[in-house]
Design a protein around this ligand. Structure first.
Ligand code: MG
Length: 390
């Protein structure tokens, strides 16, 4: 069982198909990743959050599995007919874990920042509950029949967001006590129980996706001020007896082969390390240990495909990769176009983003003596702005 001082309960059980489609809005894409995945990543990335527990509609299981592939989440809990019931069921599922604090978050808010999560948790030092909120800026009118019926004093009014944070034992007891009361949010449940709830500064970016316009705005926010990151990779494999080498995914007839685990594709190995480096996701050896027999004779495109996934899982897009293969022979130039096409295909990016070059070392060193081949790669990755990436 996970050690859990703080669990994030991400509520994704709503089946609102307000955009008229077949897919609930929390499973629609923003910038290439589902809304739910964005929401969950914010909590997984936060150092003070120990575990993330999703609450879903079991009928959406296939959408959920696709949206969260590869992420380290608790088993999803089946939600109820209404949001309040879903939250209560999620809280009940944590009884054995008994966390100190819970963060209850709507999956339809994909852009929650680390700053808000930290502020909510800090506020729980002095209050039983804490919610992110923004002051109401617009003048508020009461209307009837299309006519103004009066002005509402907006001073002291707040728009409340999620994640709403609570001490676990207290919010569980409150949810049990007021089950079925149709309260509008978890803070209202806490208020009903007489628990003090603090207001913490929210953010406009922490919007709730309810309309197609919201989806577009979320996409704009993610696309604005992206962070560029660069990774570097280097690899060497020695020659051994054989009749072909695999370089950058292309098999080249040759009077020797490259030795090493997998297919010893020195070019793709360097490129994997560059991509993993750009998103600080370890290196090829940490993902595919050379002493693990599973990877013996594995085509290196398997490794490269995984490196591409690691970038995508962190909401990154590849802006460009550049590779130098260092050897006297075989000559790279005749195979360059095929190598570019192969790499672009494996990574699912345009060939214009891929560069492959060959060079010699003028006969110097191990490459010059024809003892092996070296490769260097750099990869540039564009990541959405946000506390996790900057
Ligand atoms: Mg290698």
């Amino acid at each position: 069982m996970v050690m859990a001082g703080c669990v994030a309960l991400v509520v994704a059980a709503g089946r609102g198909r307000r955009f008229g489609g077949e897919v609930p809005k929390q499973y629609l894409d923003i910038g290439g990743l589902p809304v739910l995945r964005h929401a969950v990543l914010s909590f997984l990335d936060h150092p003070e959050v120990d575990a993330v527990c999703p609450v879903i509609d079991p009928g959406d299981r296939a959408h959920f599995d696709a949206a969260t592939a590869g992420l380290d989440l608790m088993d999803p809990v089946a939600g109820g007919a209404e949001r309040q019931e879903s939250v209560r069921l999620g809280l009940e599922s944590l009884v054995r874990l008994d966390p100190e604090r819970v963060l209850i978050h709507d999956a339809a808010r994909p852009l929650v920042s680390a700053r808000i999560i930290s502020a909510i948790l800090a506020a729980l030092e002095r209050a039983v509950g804490a919610v992110p909120a923004l002051p109401v800026g617009d003048t508020l009118k009461r209307g009837a029949g299309g006519m103004i019926d009066g002005t509402v004093e907006r001073h002291g009014l707040w728009r409340v967001q999620t994640p709403q944070g609570f001490r676990y034992a207290e919010i569980l007891a409150a949810h049990r006590e007021f089950a079925g009361r149709h309260l509008t949010d978890d803070a209202a449940v806490a208020e009903e129980a007489g628990l003090p709830v603090a207001l913490v500064e929210g953010a406009e970016e922490n919007l709730k996706v309810t309309t197609v316009d919201d989806l577009r705005r979320a996409e704009e926010i993610l696309g604005a001020a992206p962070v560029m990151r660069t990774g570097i990779g280097f690899d060497v494999h020695r020659f051994g007896p054989g009749d072909r080498v695999v370089l950058c995914g292309v098999e080249i007839p040759f009077e020797r082969c490259l030795e090493g685990h997998s297919d010893a594709d020195v070019g793709l190995h360097a490129l994997c390390d560059a991509l993993m480096g750009a998103v600080a996701a370890g290196d090829i050896g940490s993902h595919f240990p050379p002493d693990d027999p599973r990877w013996t004779d594995t085509p290196s495109e398997t490794f490269l495909r995984r490196a591409g996934e690691l970038v995508a899982e962190r909401r990154g897009t590849i802006s460009g990769v550049d590779l130098v293969v260092i050897c006297e022979r075989p000559k790279i130039a005749p195979h360059r176009a095929a190598m570019v096409a192969r790499i672009a295909d494996i990574l699912g990016i345009a060939p214009g983003l891929v560069s492959v070059k060959g060079t010699t070392t003028e006969g110097l060193g191990f490459a010059g003596r024809g003892e092996g081949i070296a490769a260097q790669a750099v990869a540039s990755v564009r990541l959405p702005s946000g506390p996790a990436n900057s």
